[in-house]
Design a protein. Structure first.
Length: 225
């Protein structure tokens, strides 16, 4: 039997591209590896990818030659949106990642964790930070932050924290995606008065008074499982 929270995800998944919700995304067998690299990828990179995904980012691990040896589903989605045209010697993801690295002016250091912000709409690739000595192996972990994607909180978490109803959790999901109440009313085919009533209930239950404060709260909750 479906719960209210799973129904929320079912309703929005068809029309909204949000963070990956599939619990099998980070199963070890689902991670594509370079043919030249053994399947003994360091456990640290596998573990950190879960945390990075919850932050709404993608995770890529490259070797000293900048070849991809590990990539998660979120990073694949981001690199797919880059519209890169790969040559015969490199994969689509490999080519798109190298373009981002070149545009950012990034110099990869083995054993480091790098945060890279990207936006296809804005045409940017900016280095946010680099943490050296992150690991002892001959690889670099790159966390990709896509500025065009807004992470949304888990409806089950919203219900547990604030007691939101099905309709309220659905509205909160759309608000976290950056939509206005008017846009949401059109998408859900309900009146603006209905949206206003639900929004008032959310304000009361979350102890917020303004939409900006509510969206900021939802963004923080989005990192929770």
């Amino acid at each position: 039997m479906q719960t209210e929270s799973t129904q929320v995800l079912g309703d929005v998944a068809a029309s909204v591209r949000g963070p990956i919700q599939d619990p099998d995304v980070f199963r070890y067998d689902n991670i594509p590896l370079s043919p030249s690299v053994p399947r003994s990828v360091p456990h640290l990179h596998f573990a950190i990818s879960n945390l990075i995904e919850r932050l709404g980012c993608g995770c890529v691990v490259v070797d000293k030659h900048r070849r991809i040896i590990q990539i998660d589903a979120a990073a694949q989605t981001m690199l797919d949106r880059a519209d890169a045209v790969a040559d015969q010697k490199s994969s689509r993801y490999q080519y798109a990642l190298r373009e981002l690295i070149d545009r950012s002016g990034l110099e990869l250091k083995l054993g480091s964790l790098i945060w890279l912000a990207t936006s296809c709409n804005r045409g940017i690739a900016v280095l946010l930070g680099q943490f050296n000595n992150f690991s002892m192996d001959q690889a670099t972990t790159i966390a990709l932050l896509d500025l065009d994607i807004f992470p949304a909180p888990n409806p089950t978490t919203l219900k547990r924290l604030f007691g939101l109803t099905f309709a309220e959790a659905r509205l909160a999901f759309h608000l976290a995606q950056g939509r206005t109440p008017k846009e949401i009313a059109k998408i859900l085919r309900v009146s603006r008065a209905t949206i206003g009533s639900q929004l008032g209930a959310i304000f009361s239950k979350t102890n917020t008074k303004r939409q900006a404060a509510l969206v900021a709260l939802l963004a923080r909750i989005a990192v929770l499982p």
